[in-house]
Design a protein around this ligand. Structure first.
Ligand SMILES: *Cc1c(COP(=O)(O)O)cnc(C)c1O
Length: 471
């Protein structure tokens, strides 16, 4: 396992302690060779078809996209339109090939369009696409999630991370009979009204401090604090004594760039929630099965009261989940009085993709491999950036990483916002032309997968080396 990093200023293992790459996933599925050389690709780099498709899309859908973070607002230009994905690579409709570090924003941790996942989906599909009644696959995924995630004794499946966070908030309020919630600046918990306060990348990237349409009443009970700042949390608890239902956080922030917690921060949150009869809620929609098989809670050895999951547990299909101690979860209908429902929840196809994905992640060596390649990647990028004279810092845990164009260290969203976003935009387009696809914003984490090969990592570092010299 990678050494946990303190802040974003890191110490790296010495070169000699680094072992050669060995990919635990079978070699046949581990990498897709670049179809053309970098030089050839550069000469041919054209995104004309993407531009035409996006122009059409803008007339059909607001902003041309169905989720704002996909637009290239913060790096300029237009998004590229994807035709297909396989392993660690993506192809756009102009035929350009990219090494992908977005991974569908997290789910693709074993690689895109994995053969075994596709085969299992085809088998399930023969029995139908939706039952609206219990199916055995729900038991299978529920058992896998419960045995993997320390805090989860019972789980409820929903269709997205947003839904999971909506459900968990209602549950925390129902269980404690209190209404106030503390969240952190730059943390994203989906787009439900009460969470759209200081909510990170999507909102930050678009420069919307809050969203119109969210009534004041909906966020009246949402209290906010900077991340890694326990004294503000202490003040909130003393000002609102006996009123706070819970504290929700991304245990490692990914929605304002990659920001790990100071170890004492998580410990302090654990104690202060205990002392005040409030619940500690880890939003592990991104970090679950990403930092380690048991998520951030296993990685840091800290058990929250409630946990939300999403992204990876759906293996690329729409799934979310929330879970926790049995006594709390038994408040959820129909076991208890707290209402929450879903026509397509526990969908057999979504359960199948989740089960197959978790099965692969459970194989020995997977997280060691993710840590290994992610460490090499981030170290390579940060080192070559520094050699070219740029202020840059970065970090990673497991298969999640990030880098900022600032000296650092970055402990919260305020620190992150000091980075040079104009430089990031130049870096971004340079990398795209070199066949590397990162998230189109400085305030997003990046993701590796079991399908990323040593070649992919080396190609990326070489590309970064070149682009850093030009920007
Ligand atoms: C992505 C994400 C969500 C929202 O999930 P959706 O499936 O996009 O609704 C919530 N919390 C965190 C931490 C996330 O990263």
């Amino acid at each position: 396992m990678a050494t946990p990093i303190a802040g974003v200023g890191l110490s790296w293992p010495s070169k000699s302690s680094r072992r050669p790459f060995s990919n635990p996933s079978r070699s046949s599925r581990s990498s897709v060779k670049m179809a053309v050389s970098v030089e050839e690709k550069k000469k041919n780099f054209s995104i004309q078809k993407s531009e035409e498709a996006f122009d059409a899309a803008k007339e059909l859908m607001p902003g041309g996209v169905n989720s704002p973070v996909r637009a290239f607002k913060s790096v300029g230009g237009q998004p590229i339109v994807i035709d297909s994905v396989k392993g660690s690579h993506m192809w756009d409709i102009d035929g350009n090939e990219y090494v992908d570090y977005v991974g569908s924003w997290g789910p693709a941790i074993i690689g895109h369009a994995d053969d075994e996942v596709l085969a299992a989906l085809a088998e399930t599909m023969k029995k139908g696409t939706s039952f609206g009644a219990p199916c055995l696959l729900e038991n299978v995924l529920a058992e896998m999630v419960i045995s993997a995630v320390p805090s989860i004794e019972m789980v409820r499946f929903v269709n997205s991370g947003t839904e999971a966070c909506m459900g968990v908030l209602r549950l925390a309020r129902a269980f404690t009979r209190r209404e106030k919630i503390i969240k952190f600046e730059g943390c994203y918990h989906g787009h439900a009204d009460p969470f759209l306060v200081k909510a990170g990348s999507g909102v930050a990237t678009l420069g919307l401090p809050d969203s119109p349409g969210v009534p004041r009443g909906a966020t009246y009970n949402t209290l906010t604090s900077p991340f890694n700042d326990i004294s503000t949390v202490e003040n909130l608890f003393s000002t609102h004594k006996g009123e706070i239902a819970g504290v929700i956080l991304e245990p490692v922030v990914g929605n304002s760039g990659f920001i790990p917690p100071k170890p004492e921060f998580l410990n302090a949150l654990h104690s202060i929630t205990r002392e005040n009869g409030a619940l500690l809620i880890f939003d592990e929609v991104m970090t679950g099965f990403r930092l380690s098989y048991g998520g951030a809670q296993e990685y840091f050895g800290m058990t929250p009261d409630l946990t939300t999951l999403g992204k990876i547990i759906g293996g690329g299909l729409p799934v979310g989940a929330y879970g926790g101690r049995r006594e709390i979860m038994e408040m959820v209908a129909p076991a208890g009085p707290m209402y929450q429902a879903g026509t397509l929840s526990g969908n057999p196809l979504a359960m199948t993709a989740g089960i197959q994905t978790l099965k692969r992640l459970k194989e020995p060596g997977t997280y060691e491999y993710l840590s290994k390649i992610t460490s090499e990647l981030v170290q390579g990028i940060v080192d070559s950036g520094k050699r070219a004279g740029h202020a840059i810092c970065g970090g990673y845990i497991g298969g999640m990483f990030g880098f900022f164009f600032t000296e650092g260290p970055v402990y919260n969203f305020g620190d992150a916002k000091k980075c040079d976003t104009a430089k990031f935009a130049r870096f971004y387009w340079g990398m795209l032309e070199e066949g590397v696809y990162f998230a189109p914003s400085q305030f997003e984490a990046g993701f590796t997968s079991l399908a990323h090969s040593a070649d992919d990592i080396q190609h990326t570092i070489a590309a970064a080396e070149k682009v850093f010299r030009k920007i």
